[in-house]
Design a protein around this ligand. Structure first.
Ligand code: AR6
Length: 170
């Protein structure tokens, strides 16, 4: 099932929440900063040992002090206008997270809108990629949540989910 919620992703008690991180995996602003604050200092202690993460890939750590059991850290692309392979990299970021979740036999996952903050990816285009990637993994997961920070963002996801699930039913 694909679901949308509005609010702070760090509050969600799912098997894994996804972090929109940077290549260092050492924390930052936005959702990354919120996740590091809520998970506690053991997260940074561990991510220091991981050697970073290339754009489009993902790494998994425990959730530490979060209600979520795991954190899947991924790095989305910085938006440079759309002709620098951004769409393929964003798709790869979502798919890498979902593949890791399946590998660890997780059944519920929550995504923030990767790359749509500091990295500047146009929201609706990014959301379409997010929902397409999630739809391809529906049979492997009980629930895939798209956690938005703002209500208008959630509306965009709702419309896309309707559109893409209608297409699948046809
Ligand atoms: N819960 C859910 N969504 C959130 C939260 C939250 N607590 N906080 C922000 N958002 P961004 P990026 C939304 O900038 O664009 C960091 O410094 C926000 O409204 O967090 O991938 C990293 O270290 C937006 O829609 O991530 C990297 O350097 C979305 O999360 C860089 O930012 C993503 O915004 C990554 O940039």
């Amino acid at each position: 099932m694909l679901q949308v919620c509005t609010g702070d992703i760090t509050r969600l008690a799912v098997d894994a929440i996804v972090n929109a991180a940077n290549n260092s995996l050492l924390g930052g602003g936005g959702v990354d900063g919120a996740i590091h604050r809520a998970a506690g200092p053991r997260l940074l202690e561990l991510t220091r040992t991981l050697g970073g993460c290339p754009t489009g890939e993902a790494r998994i750590t425990p959730g530490f002090d979060l209600p979520a059991r795991w954190i899947i850290h991924t790095v989305g692309p910085v938006w440079h206008g759309g002709d620098q392979g951004e769409a393929a990299l964003l798709r790869s970021a979502y798919e890498s997270c979902l593949a890791l979740a399946v590998e660890h036999q997780l059944r519920s996952i929550a995504f923030p809108a990767i790359s749509t903050g500091v990295y500047g990816y146009p929201f609706a285009e990014a959301a379409r990629i997010a929902v397409q990637a999630g739809a391809a993994y529906l049979s492997d997961m009980d629930i895939i949540i798209y956690c938005c920070f703002r209500e208008p963002d959630a509306t965009i996801y709702q419309q896309l989910i309707r559109e893409i699930t209608d297409e699948m039913d046809r």
